[in-house]
Design a protein around this ligand. Structure first.
Ligand code: UGA
Length: 338
């Protein structure tokens, strides 16, 4: 099988590339602007990489779509601070650039495995989000945070329509706060410059206090990257067509914790296991800040985000296996143990 990964140097793309090369005989055709996360893949004979911008290298991208069996367009902005700072970039990249890829998959009848997001459920009041029943609830237009959610949602709907009306074969997967090594750059000092876990690790490394937006009572189900990749491999493999034209929540409902608890657990783990950073971690204070002051007017938050994963259990035989203590230790080893 030949798999095209656009955005192979990203968090998901780099872990997926490694896993495909280690665990399958598939070929990977890949593009990204950078290659720093792909050190273990670049010289592999089944890894065919081109450094470039997929929005400019259109001819190359089309050629690869024609020769590949499955296409994963993973290029996207996925950091909430950027949704409110630069919403047009989110629309242009996450929506427009990917729409072009979706259309080509439909044209050349190639299977697409598309990264939807837990964000599509927005502020849905359900205690567990269901792929086929839950309502997708976003805020007013002046809450610009939702441009990411709605861009992804419209692409989900377009892909679903191509599936139903033009014979496109697809699978949509919705990561729920995947984390692990290589998530974001912890040396980015900008508040909101990365997702919450790497933001907090960076805060501790730099000896800064941790900011809890609106007090940190909001909850997330953190899912370790290896579990996510395990699900993704099953989706791409598509044994007996079991993933065909389905949507999968890929998250860990057992690891539902508040952002305040996340900060406390991180500090406690670092104090206990990473002596080099123990003093810095001990001196960190948790500071409350309202969302408007941290992100600006265009932000709105999600207070509870728990996936129902029955679909993935039934059709893929998948469930998460890595608990948060283990996952956080592996992540901290990557960022701190040097
Ligand atoms: C994320 C991002 O939108 C995407 O990465 C992705 O599509 C999706 O969710 C996912 O991975 O499932 P969110 O969980 O809100 O959204 O993003 P984070 O930046 O990781 O923030 C999590 C929570 O921590 C938010 O409530 C935020 O306000 C809070 N936070 C963040 C703080 O309290 N302090 C900080 O310094 C940063």
């Amino acid at each position: 099988m030949h798999v095209l990964i656009l955005g192979a140097n990203g968090f998901i793309g780099s872990h997926l590339s490694e896993a495909i090369l280690a665990r399958t005989d598939w070929h990977i055709h890949a593009m990204d602007l950078a290659e720093d996360k792909l050190a273990t893949c670049l010289s592999h004979p089944r890894f065919h990489f081109k450094n470039g911008d997929m929005t400019k290298e259109k001819e190359w991208v089309s050629e690869q779509i024609k020769i590949c069996d499955v296409v994963l367009p993973l290029v996207a902005v996925a950091t909430p601070a950027l949704y409110v700072q630069d919403p047009l970039r989110v629309f242009e990249l996450d929506f427009e650039a990917n729409l072009d890829i979706v259309r080509q998959c439909a044209l050349y009848q190639k299977r697409i495995v598309f990264p939807s997001t837990s964000e599509v459920y927005g502020m849905c009041p359900d205690t567990e989000f269901d792929e086929e029943k839950s309502h997708l609830v976003t805020g007013p237009i002046n809450k610009e945070r939702w441009i990411y959610s709605t861009s992804k949602q419209l692409l989900d709907r377009v892909i679903y329509a191509y599936g139903g009306h033009k014979g496109l074969s697809y699978a949509l997967f919705r990561p729920f706060n995947w984390y692990g090594p290589r998530l974001d750059n912890v040396f980015n000092p900008k508040p909101g410059g990365s997702r919450v876990l790497t933001q907090f690790i960076g805060n501790i490394l730099r000896g800064e206090n941790i900011t809890l937006v609106n007090g940190g009572a909001q909850q997330r189900c953190f899912t370790y990257i290896a579990d996510g990749i395990d699900a993704l491999l099953r989706i791409i493999e598509n044994k007996n067509d079991r993933a065909r034209n389905r949507i999968f929540n890929i998250g860990n409902p057992k690891e539902n914790i508040s952002i305040r608890q996340l900060a406390e657990r991180l500090i406690q783990l670092i104090v206990t296991h990473y002596p080099k950073y123990a003093a810095a971690a001990k001196s960190v204070k948790l500071i409350d800040m309202d969302a408007k002051a941290y992100y600006g007017d265009g932000y709105q938050d999600v207070s509870l985000r728990v996936p129902n994963i029955n679909h993935a259990k039934t059709h893929l035989g998948w469930e998460p296996a890595v608990d948060m203590t283990d996952g956080l230790r592996k992540t901290l080893d990557f960022y701190l143990a040097s």
